[in-house]
Design a binder for this molecule. Structure first.
Ligand code: ZN
Length: 505
């Protein structure tokens, strides 16, 4: 039955990624009996901060309960705080605060969803602050590669998460985003996430379900961590964020990350033009409003920088044209494939005895004859703008479909295809993400701009005084957060452009 024997994804089934994203991203995570088997003893600031929390963490997973606040427990101040005191003490009129950054990811919020008239609150926030025309995701335009790019400022070839599912030829095992024993292993995740850098600078951090591991290979963890659980109501997430903001000064996180998947789930299930997407869009917009109101009620809008981002867009795949790999490679060619990564692209690894050149030539010939349907790349020919070649985790042959086309087999057909998908070329506007910011950062930017202090052609203001930045790549976000927290000197090497934010601030 299977025409891809031994491959990562079983072709006779509905593609695993789609099944799980339709049901809810990560809904397949087997939380029952999950063990933090990678939780080896570690030392340093992070370990001290989370003393006693690991047990709670496992208990929470086993119970499957969303127990707010269970995982908190700031430890004694880090020795690094001798170098950085967390910044100037500010006041909201009644309490002391320090500059705080809140970054919220709305999965699958395609940039032009904001033009539908369904997001008055996000637009209102952007009018008071600023937004980008769109934010370009990294390639591949998938959830895990992009959420880790946002955290680390790195392209996939550097941060190691080259797809949601992929084979590592050195480790001789598969990364599976939806299996805790796989995706919580810190050794998959290269680079330094912003919460690790902030921790090194002595700042407390809080992570509400951001896709990624609970700790890095160096042992660093966010101070507060709420692990993934599907279908958590937005008002519970709001309550958790507000609870963190209301903690006493010395326990309060200065960097808060939060994640919401419902819009991506809707996009996959019913397509980007559907009523369900529009209804979900209105819900996440209401969440943005309530978050902003909570900051306003505490007189914190000049103290907290809030940044709304998404990881990628969404395109309609309800009537795709199918490209049959059997027609190109033949039955023998399909059987020669040992591993297949990166749906909806196909990163192909052939069995050791295979004449790879032969099959590569067949693929290249087919791509030449059908340039509108798909591209075929090797590490050597991969477009440089993808920054997607310098890693052994990237399969040596990559077939990348164009929008409107689906790579499949005769056996697989269009069974299980979702109504919406992403993962395509990151230059496609339907793959682009959003970026909206508001807070002291945007106030300063506008003031500088209006005083002529930072003239530039990289953005413009509209009639409504909305400042719209030119498109930029999401690997710039890491450096922005470093700058807003005042911890640039601690920043890890990354792929953000040197001085990118100096154009604005
Ligand atoms: Zn996503």
């Amino acid at each position: 039955m299977s025409s891809f024997p031994g491959k990562t994804r079983h072709p006779s089934d509905k593609p695993q990624d789609i099944v799980e994203e339709e049901q809810g991203l990560l809904s397949g995570v087997p939380v029952e009996g999950a063990k933090d088997e990678f939780d080896t003893p570690n030392s340093g600031w992070s370990a001290r901060k989370i003393v006693g929390t690991a047990t709670c963490f496992i208990a929470l997973l086993i119970s499957g309960a969303f127990v707010r606040g269970l995982l908190r427990g700031p430890a004694p101040p880090s020795s690094h705080s001798l170098w950085y005191d967390g910044g100037e003490i500010l006041s909201n009129g009644t309490h002391d605060y320090r500059r705080t950054v809140l970054i919220v990811s709305i999965d699958g919020l395609r940039a032009d969803y904001l033009d539908r008239g369904l997001t008055p609150n996000l637009l209102h926030i952007s009018e008071n602050g600023l937004r980008a025309k769109s934010m370009r995701p990294i390639f591949p335009t998938l959830t895990f590669p992009n959420h880790w790019a946002l955290m680390t400022g790195l392209y996939a070839e550097s941060h190691g998460i080259v797809a949601n599912n992929f084979w590592d030829p050195v480790l001789q095992t598969t990364f599976q985003y939806n299996r805790i024993e796989s995706c919580w292993n810190p050794n998959w995740w290269y680079g330094e996430p912003m919460w690790e850098t902030a921790g090194k600078a002595g700042l407390l951090t809080a992570n509400l379900m951001w896709p990624g591991p609970p700790k890095t290979s160096s042992g660093a963890r966010a101070t507060y961590f709420v692990p993934w659980k599907d279908h958590v109501p937005l008002d519970e997430k709001l309550d958790q964020i507000v609870e963190w903001i209301d903690l006493p000064l010395e326990e309060r996180p200065k960097l808060i990350m939060a994640y919401e998947p419902s819009l991506d789930q809707a996009g996959h299930a019913t397509g980007p033009m559907s009523a369900r997407v529009n209804a979900t869009l209105a819900q996440v917009d209401k969440f943005a409003k309530e978050l902003q109101l909570a900051l306003h009620a505490r007189n914190l809008t000049d103290i907290v920088d809030i940044v709304f981002v998404s990881d990628h867009g969404m395109t309609d795949t309800s009537h795709p044209e199918l490209v049959y790999m059997d027609d190109i490679l033949g039955e023998k060619g399909l059987k020669a494939i040992e591993h297949e990564d990166g749906w909806p692209a196909m990163g192909l690894r052939f069995r050791p005895e295979t004449n790879v050149t032969h099959y590569l030539n067949l693929l290249l010939k087919a791509a030449d004859a059908n340039p509108e349907k798909f591209d075929v790349y090797t590490h050597e020919t991969m477009p440089r703008r993808y920054h997607f070649s310098n890693s052994e985790r990237i399969a040596p042959v990559y077939v990348v479909p164009k929008i409107g086309y689906v790579l499949t087999t005769k056996a697989e057909g269009d069974v299980g295809m979702s109504k919406g998908n992403h993962g395509y070329d990151n230059n496609e506007l339907s793959m682009h993400a959003m970026f909206i910011a508001h807070g002291p950062f945007t106030t300063d930017v506008k003031a500088l701009h209006q005083s002529g202090g930072k003239p530039g052609d990289h953005w413009h203001s509209t009639e409504g005084n909305t400042y719209i930045m030119e498109r930029f790549q999401n690997v710039e976000v890491y450096n922005l957060v470093m700058k807003l927290l005042g911890i640039e000197e601690f920043a890890a090497p990354n792929n953000g452009s040197t001085g990118f934010w100096d154009k604005y601030l």
